[in-house]
Design a protein around this ligand. Structure first.
Ligand SMILES: [Fe+2]
Length: 397
């Protein structure tokens, strides 16, 4: 017998038993896996590791190098396919997120000292984000929800980049374009470095004069990227993410077809992240409310068809959302369920009924034997829950 991570399982192998899984889905654990589709189903069901009987392997397994060869014909990707579990991906995702913060800080410094941005590390990071999203988008998606109130400018651009990657993957966009999209998103607000702090961080409504100053950040973002040697999609995103379909946006007042699909995607993601962000002066809006506001902006401001697809891929209860179940258990959504959006996998660790931490449980709400359901989204502050404790201890997802 040999234990294997499910990502290494190949068609033809004989699975003796499941040795590790996230959910509580009971699967027929013994038998041959004959197709890649059935392996994908195991991954989707939360199976992490299996025990195989090598003596019973039906066909010679294909060497790993050959498996990764690009097929001659273009295959339509399954937007939900995951090659790794979210837990397996989490450490890599955290490293990428930290790298992104360091890079952003360096870029801010460079611009302030009159230097251009070194684009190459940003492209490399964007490519890293994309690979992580393709392995399992839930890990980075989870990190976009772990915000610090005072790090908005930094985290907003990183989050927009990650969400753009997830969105683009969902739309089956080619990988080299996804890298351009995520690079542009990482730097879309870099021009804000030239916006005075009192305007940038003003909690209340901006005066007309202040708003005019604010609008300039998009012009600066475009300039900075062009001066740093970027062209095309990334520059369009930086310069036009505040343009609106009816021409009421800024800074150029572009409208309709003048605004590309890529820029339309960026404008949706940008507003979504801004609305759901925790700020020093406001708490983050629930995703469902943010979706409602974006919907109200269709078709005048946003592209309705793209928005529907964005909601589909992010989910009504995105990964990382804190929720309360009808059993009064409180936990985080750790895996979305595209087929049944109200039945994700939830990692519970707190009892609202007894106001205390509990043992950590992975509850798959789609499992028919689980008599529990998602009641509502909640805020950590409602229960004095210390989420940092869970993040730091890598208990999640
Ligand atoms: Fe902006």
């Amino acid at each position: 017998m040999k234990k294997l991570p499910v990502s290494k399982l190949l068609p033809g192998m004989f699975v003796q038993s499941v040795t590790k899984q996230t959910g509580r889905v009971k699967i027929k654990s013994q038998g041959w896996v004959k197709t890649q589709t059935s392996i994908d189903k195991l991954i989707k069901a939360g199976i992490l590791e299996v025990e195989i009987d090598p003596d019973k392997t039906l066909t010679k397994t294909v060497p790993e190098k050959e498996q990764t060869k690009t097929p001659a014909t273009k295959i339509k990707r399954d937007p939900w396919q995951k090659t790794h579990s979210a837990a397996q991906e989490m450490n890599k995702a955290k490293k990428l997120y930290d790298e992104a913060k360091t890079l952003q800080i360096k870029a801010f410094k460079d611009i302030k000292s009159g230097l251009n941005i070194d684009i190459a590390p940003f492209r490399e990071l964007a490519s890293g984000f994309m690979d992580s999203v393709f392995r399992n988008q839930d890990a980075l998606a989870c990190l976009t929800q772990m915000r610090q109130k005072d790090a908005y400018l930094l985290e907003h651009s990183i989050n927009v980049s990650i969400l753009m990657g997830i969105f683009a993957k969902h739309l089956n966009i080619e990988k080299d374009i996804i890298v351009e999209l995520t690079t542009g998103a990482l730097l879309h607000d870099i021009g804000k470095i030239k916006t005075p702090d009192e305007v940038l961080n003003k909690p209340g409504r901006l005066t007309e004069a202040e708003f005019e100053i604010m609008k300039q950040h998009a012009v600066y973002s475009k300039q900075i990227l062009e001066e740093s040697g970027l062209t095309g999609i990334a520059v369009d995103i930086a310069g036009m993410h505040h343009e609106r379909i009816d021409g009421t946006g800024y800074p150029f007042g572009k409208k309709g077809n003048e605004i590309s699909q890529y820029v339309r995607m960026a404008s949706i993601v940008d507003v979504y992240d801004a609305l759901t962000a925790e700020r020093v002066y406001k708490s983050g809006m629930e995703p469902i409310k943010a979706f409602k506001i974006l919907k109200e902006g269709c078709p005048n401001s946003f592209d309705g068809e793209l928005l529907t697809k964005f909601i589909q891929c992010i989910g009504i209860h995105p990964v990382g959302t804190l929720v309360k179940l009808s059993s009064q258990k409180v936990g985080l959504v750790t895996e979305s369920n595209p087929a049944m959006p109200l039945k994700p996998i939830v990692k519970t660790f707190y009892s609202a009924k007894h106001s205390r931490y509990t043992e950590v449980l992975d509850i798959d709400l789609s499992n028919k034997r689980i008599e529990d359901s998602l009641e509502t989204t909640v805020k950590a502050g409602d229960f004095n829950i210390d989420l940092e404790r869970f993040y730091k201890n890598s208990v999640l997802p």
